[in-house]
Design a binder for this molecule. Structure first.
Ligand code: GDP
Length: 488
């Protein structure tokens, strides 16, 4: 064999190896995107990825506005065991006529975007363009509450869950579950798998009913009972809390032990792997909060949201010896709290929305701050569905309004919308004193100042060669905070 024959293959090998090396040398930034159900995670990730990949005007995302980004593209997922975030399907929903909001997050998923950029430093620049892998990890905030289980055994968790079920606010939702426990106490027949399965189902229905009654904000454990992800129907989810009486007297030999074993398996096979494999690997985190939705539902919902966020955000608590500390090799160094759907308000109220969020996450902010993370609060709209206008009032003067197409079936006063007609909505003013609003809510269960309807999203169509960012509010600032420094 002559050398000439070898050369192309060898050249390929060298090229391949250098590609491999470039890839190994390319730094990775892992960004977690979380929030409670319907907070806006799917929309945020879709908009963010599109803004990176399609390019366009993003004045506050410095690498982009300085023209230093040479390109950004999706790459195959690095972790074969994690489902891919279905970016294309979500984008396709937004491209339909009429456009639809994409389907929400139900489980963990991930996407890798690689950015080629010119560094600002001349020395680095001389070496050619640099690359950064941005891995975006989407997961339900509901799963974070399970962190609390790691420190509780079955008896402690059961006692807490029973105390919650006994609270007057949950009375109606909990009634079938409590009746079920009474039945097994009287019959003394609870001994088998079937009872565990039936009990878990009724307990899950109770959690769902409690969440619905609490304006979809309550976060009770176990997180997977309401957001099972790929575990729906798994034996790992077949347990429920047993009151002390039933645990101690034993409804039937072995049954409390069966439930306790299932509970421990849930911790071992569900909770710990999630924190170890996903949460602990994040470098940065954005927590999305639908503060406006809660404001709209009334001040009581705000108090609920605050409690729910507190439960969720203890996961960001530092502290030596805590479970998280044991599981976490590295630390989140930037944490962004974002109030989503700011396009439901006139821009004059955006700062106030930020103020509301700041009050809601105060405790978690100071915890993260203590841990040395850079923390920021922002009001954003990943995808802006409205524009601003003003309406002349009868008595003179202008009223600031937002204009958009309310989704079919949305109502304001007596009017029901058909999903086609545009409407100008006066969204109301957010209170200047956010803390007062939440405090007052404890005594006056409704705050009717804000009006909120769901609007149709803007249609996103890809036009070859055109670099247009979909309308948004402060998405570029969020990008700058989350990625900007890594593209310097
Ligand atoms: P997830 O459950 O956290 O993934 O929530 P989604 O991203 O699916 O968002 C839930 C719903 O909130 C969407 O279907 C939209 O109706 C609304 N939404 C989310 N982001 C925005 C936004 O930027 N602007 C507006 N107007 N609505 C939004």
């Amino acid at each position: 064999m002559r050398f000439d024959d070898l050369a192309p293959a060898a050249a390929d090998a060298v090229r391949g190896a250098s590609g491999y090396l470039t890839d190994l040398l390319t730094p990775t930034l892992r960004i977690g995107v979380t929030g409670l159900s319907r907070a806006g995670k799917t929309v945020f990730i879709t908009a963010l990825v599109r803004a990176l990949v399609a390019g366009g005007r993003l004045p506050f995302f410095s690498a982009q506005s300085q023209g230093r980004i040479d390109g950004a593209w999706l790459e195959p997922q690095p972790d074969d065991a994690v489902p891919r975030f279905d970016y294309e399907a979500h984008l396709a929903a937004l491209g339909r006529e009429p456009p639809q909001w994409p389907e929400s997050t139900r489980s963990v998923s991930q996407l890798r975007v690689t950015i080629a950029y010119k560094p600002t430093r001349l020395l680095w620049r001389a070496l050619g363009p640099s690359r950064l892998h941005v891995d975006i990890v989407d997961y339900p905030g509901e799963w974070l509450v399970d962190l609390a289980l790691l420190e509780r055994d079955f008896a402690t968790w059961s006692d807490e869950a029973m105390a919650q079920a006994a609270s007057p606010r949950r009375a109606r939702a909990a009634a079938p579950f409590l009746a079920f426990l009474d039945r097994i106490a009287q019959a003394g027949t609870a001994r088998d798998e079937q009872t565990a399965i039936a009990g878990a189902r009724i307990f899950t229905e109770y959690l769902a009913a409690a969440r619905a009654a609490d304006n979809a904000l309550a976060t009770m454990t176990p997180g997977r009972f309401l957001m099972p992800g790929d575990l729906a129907g798994s034996p790992l989810l077949t347990f429920f809390p047993l009151p002390a009486k039933l645990r101690e007297q034993g409804v039937a030999a072995g049954f409390p032990a069966l439930l306790a074993r299932r509970y421990e398996s849930y911790k071992t096979h569900v909770v710990r792997p999630f924190f170890r494999d996903h949460f602990s690997k994040l470098d940065r985190q954005i927590v999305l909060v639908d503060a406006l939705g809660a404001l709209n539902a009334g001040a009581e919902a705000m108090t609920e949201l605050q409690a729910a966020l507190d439960a969720v955000l203890t996961a960001f608590r530092p502290g030596r010896g805590s479970w998280l500390d044991l599981l976490t090799g590295r630390r989140i160094d930037r944490l962004l709290f974002a109030a989503t759907k700011a396009d439901h308000l006139h821009h004059e109220s955006h700062d106030r929305l930020e103020g509301v969020l700041r009050v809601l996450v105060e405790r978690a902010m100071s915890r993260a701050d203590d841990a040395g993370a850079l923390v920021r609060v922002m009001a954003i709209a990943a995808l802006r569905a409205t524009r601003e206008g003003s309406v002349r009032q009868k008595g003179g003067g202008e009223l600031p309004v937002i204009i958009g197409v309310p989704l079919p079936g949305e109502r304001i006063g007596d009017e029901t919308f058909d999903g086609r007609r545009e409407a100008a909505v006066f969204p109301g003013d957010l209170p200047e004193d956010a803390r007062g609003l939440i405090e007052a809510g404890r005594e006056h269960p409704r705050a009717d100042e804000v009006r909120f309807v769901r609007f149709r999203p803007p249609r996103i169509v890809e036009t070859a060669g055109e670099r247009v960012v979909a309308p948004h509010i402060r998405l570029d600032r969020a990008l700058e905070f989350l990625i900007g420094d890594r593209l310097a």
